[in-house]
Ligand binder design. Structure first.
Ligand code: PGA
Length: 234
């Protein structure tokens, strides 16, 4: 696992953008994509570029259970709004929050089986989660339904106009599925991520209490942080 510290979020997003460009030059066709505030600047750079994704496939990390893809707070809506409507992909997969658990888990695992991920983009939660794999999630997990922790609910409800509408369950790609990606980039910005980055940077053995720590066992994982997120590891 390689850690790159950039001064600003802008510099860190530029670095991530360069890794995207390099992966595309090397033939990457399937991109594991993430939502949240962290990837927005990277998506803006992709939109402003002449990179062509018309033959590419995207497979997203997670979705809130109970939200239709047309709901403005769903991750499917986020992806259309922040990326796909500006930069078309050939096929875009996001878990379907309206499907029952058995159907969705089987459907999404099949999609992942058919489309091995070349480049996986990740954010990190303040509690060390990646996708919605909350602390304690098995490192062997595939797609699953997960109850969001109180910490994640408190952090993410800022996105909801009516905070009580924030779902308490999500469908998430599992940690074993994330580890199958050929290459992984994790982005983290701001001092609120500093503790999670310290935990990740200093852990000696991957520990299910810190989901992101599984990345220390990945052969090609790069963590790109701004100075604020790196403030506890300097
Ligand atoms: P954020 O979320 O990008 O909105 O900080 C990241 C995450 O929770 O994984």
């Amino acid at each position: 696992m390689n850690i790159i510290i950039e001064q600003t979020k802008e510099d860190a997003s530029q670095k991530a953008y360069e890794i995207f460009c390099e992966a595309i030059e090397n033939g990457a066709k399937v991109f594991g994509l993430a939502t949240g505030s962290t990837p927005e600047m990277l998506y803006d750079k992709i939109i402003a570029s002449d990179l062509d994704f018309s033959n590419a496939i995207s497979v997203n990390l997670d979705e809130y259970v109970g939200l239709a893809g047309t709901h403005p707070h769903s991750y499917q809506y986020y992806m259309k709004d922040k990326l796909f409507k500006h930069k078309p992909f050939k096929e875009c997969y996001v878990p379907n929050g309206l499907n029952d658990e058995a159907t969705e888990v089987a459907r999404y695992d099949q999609i992942l089986e058919e489309h091995p991920i070349d480049l996986q983009l990740l954010g990190i939660g303040q509690n060390g989660h990646i996708a919605f794999n909350e602390p304690g999630t098995s490192f062997d997990s595939l797609t699953h339904k997960i109850k969001l922790t109180e910490s994640t609910i408190q952090v993410n409800k800022r996105f909801f106009v009516n905070e009580d509408e924030m779902p308490h369950y999500a469908y998430s790609m599992g940690l074993a599925s994330i580890m199958k990606a050929k290459k992984i980039i994790l982005l983290a910005f701001g001092e609120e991520k500093a503790q999670a980055i310290k935990d990740l940077a200093t852990v000696e053995t991957a520990d299910e209490a810190i989901p992101a720590s599984i990345l220390i066992n990945h052969p090609d994982a790069t963590i790109i942080v701004d100075a604020a997120a790196a403030s506890l590891i300097k």
